[in-house]
Design a protein around this ligand. Structure first.
Ligand SMILES: NC(=O)c1ccc[n+]([C@@H]2O[C@H](COP(=O)([O-])OP(=O)(O)OC[C@H]3O[C@@H](n4cnc5c(N)ncnc54)[C@H](OP(=O)(O)O)[C@@H]3O)[C@@H](O)[C@H]2O)c1
Length: 306
């Protein structure tokens, strides 16, 4: 117990440690400059006294200047160089350190923004689930379902061109996958044909006028929107997933629209119908900035029929 030295446990994080080390280095730098200056004053005075008053080496001159002046001039230059070094070129902690700190700060902020986005999306999901719950209750008594349109439309309402999507927004695809997972998805024949193969874990209901339309096993083929909705009677939330013709026919009977509004205008041949704000109430909007991952800014907007 007595006489034993206790080790002090340092609990500093690496950043704090770095700052302390930098501060210590800085103190040493200034001390060295200070010592240099004092030394210069003392030795300079001694040189002058020795040379001019005691006449030491009085015969040594360069260009008729006493040697002590030349030595002092050279030394002044050295002291100035040292001062510049300490106060200008090697300022406290240096530029590289400042840049590293800035990068760290930016990375931390980006991280935080990502977390906030995730949190918002989780909250959105919880809201949707609770809305689903109340609709499920209605389904059991009224045998109706919460028909939801899901679409991505540009500012000018364009949704596609040459039977293809125009943009690639990976977060939108993820959201589409998350919301429709396990549900029936109703679509026009052309939209169905724009997929390379049916989407996993979803029941496809394809609307066509063709009597003997050939589709892979598991895909339900119907000849009208009414038949499509009937085919989903056991699903609490079937989704209308497009394209333009089907959106136009279903916007009056759907209860919810999950729209991804892409904040740009595009040329295209297929449009999403106008959303009438007298009929549709916007209940949630989540804005996403343009980023390295996403070429266009976009918003996830939920509309519910008033
Ligand atoms: N951005 C988005 O969110 C999104 C989503 C989906 C699709 N899209 C895009 O939209 C475009 C496709 O849309 P679209 O309007 O051209 O085609 P569509 O709506 O996908 O399909 C139209 C076809 O559906 C059938 N149909 C439509 N109404 C019908 C009815 N009442 N009864 C029976 N059959 C009916 C007809 O098929 P038959 O000709 O076989 O009779 C018709 O030709 C593509 O560019 C696609 O990429 C965009």
């Amino acid at each position: 117990m007595f006489g034993k030295k206790h080790k002090i446990q340092t609990q500093l994080d690496p950043d704090q440690l770095e700052r302390i080390e930098n501060a210590q280095r800085r103190i040493k730098q200034k001390k060295r400059l200070h010592t240099h200056f004092i030394l210069f004053l003392i030795v300079g005075t001694l040189l002058l006294v020795g040379n001019l008053f005691l006449k030491i080496g009085a015969t040594y001159t360069y260009f008729e200047i006493d040697w002590s002046f030349i030595v002092i001039l050279l030394w002044v230059a050295l002291v100035i160089y040292h001062t510049i070094n300490v106060y200008i070129t090697h300022k406290f902690m240096g530029k590289a350190w400042e840049k590293a700190q800035l990068n760290k700060l930016v990375a931390q902020q980006e991280n935080r923004i990502e977390k906030l986005k995730l949190q918002l999306e989780k909250e959105e999901l919880i809201k949707l689930k609770s809305a689903n719950y109340s609709t499920t209750k209605a389904i059991t008594t009224q045998n109706t379902s919460k028909l939801t349109i899901i679409a991505a439309a540009a500012e000018n309402n364009v949704i596609g061109k040459d039977n293809k999507l125009i943009w690639h927004i990976s977060d939108d695809l993820k959201r589409f996958k998350r919301l429709t997972n396990g549900h029936h998805i109703i679509m026009g024949r052309k939209t169905f044909e724009s997929f390379p193969k049916p989407l996993p874990n979803r029941t496809h209901v394809v609307i066509t006028n063709q009597a003997n339309y050939n589709a892979p096993d598991g895909v339900i083929i119907v000849n009208s929107l009414e038949q499509a909705i009937k085919a989903c009677k056991n699903d609490e939330q079937p989704f209308i997933i497009g394209g333009g013709e089907i959106y136009k026919q279903s916007i009056n009977i759907a209860q919810t629209i999950e729209l991804t509004r892409v904040h740009d205008s595009f040329e295209g041949d297929t449009l999403f119908p106008e959303i009438n704000s007298d009929i549709w109430q916007q209940t949630q909007t989540i804005y996403h900035e343009k980023s390295e991952k996403h070429k266009h800014a976009f918003s996830f907007i939920t509309y519910v029929k008033r």
